[in-house]
Design a protein around this ligand. Sequence first.
Ligand code: GAL
Length: 715
Amino acid sequence: MRIVNLLLLFLFVSCSLLSASVTKKEIAPGVYVLSLGEKEQFTPFELFAEPFDNEKMAQIDCKKLPFALEDIIINKNERGCSIAIPLSDNEQLYGFGLQIGSFKQRGLKKRPLVNDYPLNNLGYTHAPQPFYVSTGGYGILINTPRYTTFHCGSNQLKAKQNAADIKQKEGTTNVEELYKSEERGNYVFVDIPNAEGIEVFVIEGAGIKEVIQRYNLLSGGGCLPPMWGLGLKYRVERDFNEKQVNDMADYFRKNQIPCDVFGLEPGWQTATYSCSYIWNKDRFPEPAKMMSALKEKGLRINLWEHAYVHPTSPIHADIYDYSGDFLVWNGLVPDFTLPEARKVFGDYHSRLIEQGVSGFKLDECDNSNIGSGEATWGFPDMSVFPSGLDGERMHQLFGSLYLKTMDKLYKEKNQRAYQDYRSSGLFMSSVPASLYSDIYGHKDYIQMICNSAFGGLLWSPELRESASKEELFHRLQTVLLSAQALVNAWYLQNPPWLQYDKEKNNKGEFLADAREMEQITKTLVDMRMALIPYLYSAFNRYQQEGIPPFRPLVMDLQNDKKVEDIDDQYMIGDCLMAAPLYTEGNARQVYFPAGTTWYNFYTNEVYEGGREYTIENKLSELPLYVKSGSILPLAEPVQYITPETVFHITCNVYGKNPAPFTLFEDDGETYNYQNGEFNRLILKVEKKGKGKADRKGNFKGKRFSIDKWTFLSTD
Ligand code: GAL
């Protein structure tokens, strides 16, 4: 160990009351766990990670860590645990879950804590994670559900102060200058009050992408949503009844705007804040019949709820003893760590699934204690749960526990769901569900697509109202270029493209050009449907190799320093880059990463890598760019997806010597693929410049028909 570290270690440890020794263990290839003190009863790893595949993890590239494991200092004293992790000058840090408001985390103080509102960029979010990843090729994860604070190179120990630091500001009286921090801390300091013991996971990788792959594989792999889950999800107004739902279904089909799922909002129940989980029979007299008729039209139903159990709910009495000591909205808060709570809640919901419910929207499983001051859906941190958890730790775990309970119900029926939830945490990549939020900043939404990838999370920006035609379509474009294409019209009587102003929409005053708006919407959603086979294959790689289907450029292209800052462009799979528009006007600056050339998806114009261009984008076009050397399968759009849907595909070849592309083919609905019932359809270009599709595997059905090849080769 270097002298300076010895010195620091001495300073750091000298204030501790207990001196215990740190143990080190490699729990999976490239994953080391350093532990100190008594192991906590509830840790995210033990609660959420699914069995992992050692062999696959061993195949992921690593490079040497920039520090020795012994250089990580872990300390325990009467406050709790603290950790110091070395940080070198040229490293950039990312992560901490679904961060809102910052992309690069170096120099910041971050407290990843569950809250519905981000509040001053302190780290509060729907999906907090005590986990960061460095451009140095490693990740640091603190396996705790406790509120944890990270000082990401923002602070310096006094022992490290040197003469140069002191001299720098001499002679200046400029206040701005004086306030500007000159410090470049070379540690990340982590503070975990009240922890009796702590585990630090060090995850290796050749770069950020490999670290995240390894993290996702350690969690059990990425999820594979049902194929229909990648189509459009439209949530209807909260008080809609059966007739209004059916009319809306007819609207979509008549106008041929593709849609796969309708979401019903609170009004489907007899009591909602808290929840009864009983169908409101005035609005929905025969729910099973309605759902089956809608399914005939290719529409599945998703139901809004939260986990707080209303006194009139049929499960109230049975779950009473398995819930916390505080109420939320007069409802019980189930302790989902207990099998009894999972059984009562699960058995009841299982019957709703058997009626035909395709998934749930698990609302308000985050916390509202901080920021709004209203605290309407936060149980206090001092709450006590029957398992022994307190409110603080339950907050950090609640969304994940709830989602896992609900996902298991579908798994047991060999049915894949794609659910919505508003809070997540560590090790959740294998569960098919996507996060959403009430916040509505478009730029934030795009940055969150980038940030979600650092934590094995999926994120759906959503479309509601907007201020102009331009803004509406820019938002819709982003929605369609995300993990779940979601229009959330929960307070709109009519689709927002017919009237984007909320008040006018609800009065039924449509825009003069509503028809044209509808056409543009159709064109855009059609393009999402054309991309389904491509997206599904990207999700298969997520599932198998842990590669996030939507990810910031810094994950793939770390050799180009410029991409370290880019949080408004991202990769979709390996071939496509999205650069959504989110400011006024129909043009934006797009940076094309170095090392290759790129094509405009619509015009085929070629862009050089390592340069920025100003590019115009039509409202009816998705802001997409294709990497040279790609084979891009594009399907004839369909209105909705069933297990019988066969996609008719054109393979577009960009550039010379394209990499083969593998389409993943299965029934798209069940878990049979895990028993080998799938095909791989390898698309490649042979020497003679001809395309070829090679199908291999045990799946008897056929989802893809390769009808055509087109070649674009200008580079
Ligand atoms: C919010 C949720 C919205 C909508 C609404 C219904 O909490 O974020 O999307 O579902 O509840 O009351």
